[in-house]
Design a protein around this ligand. Sequence first.
Ligand SMILES: O=C(O)[C@H](O)COP(=O)(O)O
Length: 253
Amino acid sequence: MSKYRIVFVRHGESVWTSENLFCGWVDIGLTDKGREEAKHAGEALNSERLKFDVAYTSVLTRANDSLEIILKEIEQPELPVTQAWELNERHYGALTGHNKIEMAVKYGKEQVQIWRRSFDVLPPPMGKDHKYYCHIVNNPKLKSIRDKIPQTESLKTTMLRVIPFWNSAIVPNIKSGKRVLIVCHGTSLRGIVKHIDRMSDEAVMNLNLPTGIPFIFEFDADFNPVVSMRFLSDEETVMKAMSKVASIGDVEK
Ligand SMILES: O=C(O)[C@H](O)COP(=O)(O)O
């Protein structure tokens, strides 16, 4: 029987997603479509009459702005929000700022898919001479963790920061009965979903989370998932959005 519930949303489309660029820790805003997606996410939450006690997001603008739009839409603009760097998107290393299709032409689409979706293959590290190195290390929102900023991250290494935060900060809140909303990024969410559903390293390679469609997990009294990834949208829309995410960078060589 279901005792606890949590709602997740991946932020709306960012300017760099629309331009097909690897984004990672670069602090890029939403497109108009991304704002619209966040508004739709709020509407979907309204249609299920979902309200929250606390929300979590990353320190990155695209997630913060999505959350703000959602909270406005569900008429909870004053909800307590925790911004945690641990929920940031993975750091995409030297790939940051590069076009996914151009990378597929240069390195082959198999290699690009390995970088994007393998569990533990790290993209090449970002050196100090990288175009976006200064943008990231000088981001005032990252000042307190400057010495922890990675040079690159796989899903595996992203989970090394996401899951301890999930276990120590978020799970106790859910278990205390708080209604929790998390709005963050594709890779941080894939890490949490993999952890909750005990997905294998192979299975998670096929997990592509759509932007702006809320999804729900429910847990029994022992915190075992009894409802996994119930999307608040019709199946056709979800499948279409998932395959769009999967196909980014896909190109015939
Ligand atoms: O950082 C990025 O580029 C995106 O948020 C995630 O991109 P991906 O779907 O290629 O991992």
